[in-house]
Design a protein around this ligand. Structure first.
Ligand SMILES: [Zn+2]
Length: 544
């Protein structure tokens, strides 16, 4: 760089202002600049069209259609000069999925005098136990608010509450003061079960405070991942042997339990929303018994690698993930029963393949290595990613960040983004730099109530302490109305998790190209940075 002669003061001030306003601007080498342009909208369309074809029958794990998707991405990665990074030098990691069903579930609710509370038939469900086929237990009930214990955030539903050997009744929600990702995390059943277990509870019952809400339908079974020894590795309905009951009760039943304890649902809910914990013993005790039956299937994550250039840092990895599975064949809608999952998430897989293509066109690889991971079982509760993040095919601790892609919703030009989770870690830096380079605005999450940060594979990495993000669309539109979130909401109502989400839906493949460029660039900048990504100091996800 040429050092110029000292300029008069006013000019320097002017320059400082300009440079601070454009502090996010990064400069890329000619090679990278060119490589970004090789992303091909025709190829993106072809990848989505194949993965979402009727012949893949909705890519349900354990089916031939899912296997066709696996074969397709393996071949595509091979052709893009990516190397295998699965188990035993293969492209694959085996994921043993267990579908569990509840049989013969009964709960008897007894009031303080050991008289049964009249519940008028049902009002509850018990989730299956993926490990123990027959369970019986008796325990007292304690209401533990939202089931949140975050003293660092000034909120603890368990403060002064003895739940040892008890079943905690919890309503899902969070104090209004929690940010969207913190709320999403603390409301997640995995976290609720973990916190309850750590406080000594033997059961968790999720209670609805919404009189119109229906109980979850678990008749089709619930999946977990089993480890090689046959124990639960990853589950959204199981935490440990100690917590042997996980269920749900409806509003009517909760109302009876509250009445028995002299409490009212609306006043307790108001207290909780205001950020004041409202926990109390429910007087009631229960006798519960249930059985579980199982169906086991084998599925696969697909893992490819681009080796980094730095002798030391190449043993660390930046992960680009996207789920390969979808919902298979299910309830017909408008005469179609194949849930093709073109946006969800063939488009995300196409984006990861586009990233591979950019790397194919770069001779000087980034310092760190890059993993491209196509996950199974996301639609079953982030199961493939949960297993991969916990039992990676690279050394534990070597993955420095995850940049996940799940249904970017490429239905309109990409003008602005929101990076779910970026506010928690140093990854915000690379997000801002990459977005700035591509001229994209960065916005806060416009739909905090959707709890999107915990609703896809990035959350599996977060749970293992690995900083992660998931880039979604912002609200900017070409007509300046900046209401893209409304458009997406409309799209979602018609297409999301419906057979109509096929290749004939709405697509903006140029937006898909820009999205892939952006995600590549974020990952590339992380992989080039000798500083390992960190959670922000004191962040809720940092302490685990
Ligand atoms: Zn989905």
């Amino acid at each position: 760089m040429i050092i110029k002669a000292i300029k008069p003061l006013p000019v320097i001030c002017f320059l400082l202002i300009v440079s601070s306003a454009s502090a996010q601007q990064i400069k890329l080498s000619k090679e990278i600049e060119h490589a970004l342009t090789v992303v091909d909208t025709t190829q993106i369309k072809a990848d989505i069209a194949y993965l979402a074809d009727d012949k893949l029958k909705g890519r349900l794990p354990g089916t031939e259609g899912y296997q066709m998707a696996v074969d397709y991405v393996v071949n595509r990665l091979k052709s893009l000069n990516v190397k295998p990074a699965g188990e035993n030098n293969t492209w694959l990691q085996e994921v043993k999925l267990r579908k569990a069903f509840t049989k013969d579930a009964t709960i008897l609710f007894n009031d303080g005098q050991n008289k049964h509370i009249e519940i008028g038939g049902g009002g509850y469900v018990i989730y299956p136990d993926p490990e123990t086929p027959n369970i019986k237990l008796s325990a007292g009930l304690v209401f533990a608010g939202y089931g949140v214990s975050e003293p660092s955030m000034g909120y603890d539903d368990y403060a002064g509450l003895d739940v040892k050997g008890k079943i905690v009744v919890i309503t899902r929600g969070s104090p209004d003061k929690f940010s969207s990702s913190v709320a999403a995390h603390t409301m997640n059943t995995t976290q609720i079960l973990k916190v309850a277990a750590e406080h000594g509870a033997v059961g968790v019952i999720i209670a609805s405070t919404d009189s119109t809400a229906r109980l979850p339908n678990i008749s089709k079974g619930i999946y977990s991942v089993m480890d090689k020894q046959g124990s639960v590795a990853i589950s959204r309905i199981y935490y440990s042997k100690q917590v042997s009951l996980f269920g749900a009760v409806d509003y009517k039943l909760l109302n009876l339990l509250f009445q028995n304890a002299g409490k009212s649902i609306p006043s307790v809910v108001a207290q909780l929303k205001a950020g004041q914990s409202a926990s109390f013993p429910l007087i009631t005790s229960v006798n519960a018994a249930y059985s579980s039956t199982y169906q086991d299937i084998i599925s696969y994550n697909v893992i490819g690698k681009i080796t980094g250039s730095d002798p030391g840092l190449k043993n660390t990895y930046v992960v680009h993930s996207a789920h390969l599975d979808h919902l298979g064949i299910s309830t017909p809608v408008k005469g179609d029963s194949i849930y093709n999952g073109a946006h969800d998430n063939a488009s995300g897989v196409a984006s990861v393949l586009s990233i591979a293509k950019i790397y194919q066109n770069i001779n000087e690889k980034p310092k760190r290595s890059v993993l491209l991971v196509l996950m199974t079982g996301e639609e079953m509760g982030d199961l493939g990613s949960g297993y991969f993040a916990k039992y990676p095919t690279v050394p534990v601790g070597s993955m420095v960040a995850d940049v996940n892609t799940d249904m970017p919703t490429i239905i309109a030009p990409l003008l602005s983004i929101t990076a779910l989770g970026a506010e928690h870690s140093s990854l915000a830096k690379q997000v801002n730099e990459a977005a700035g380079y591509l001229g994209l605005g960065v916005e806060p999450d416009p739909e905090p109530k959707q709890a999107r940060f915990t609703r896809s594979d990035q959350y599996s990495f977060v749970l293992q302490g690995i900083p992660a993000i998931h880039v979604k669309y912002g609200s900017k539109t070409t007509d300046g109305k900046n209401n893209l979130n409304e458009m997406v909401a409309k799209w979602r109502a018609e297409y999301y998790h419906k057979p109509q989400d096929d290749i004939n839906g709405i697509f903006d493949f140029a937006a898909g190209k820009k999205y892939a460029q952006l995600n590549f660039l974020i990952g590339y900048l992380i992989a080039q940075d000798i500083k390992r990504p960190t959670w922000n100091k004191g962040d809720i996800f940092a302490v685990r």
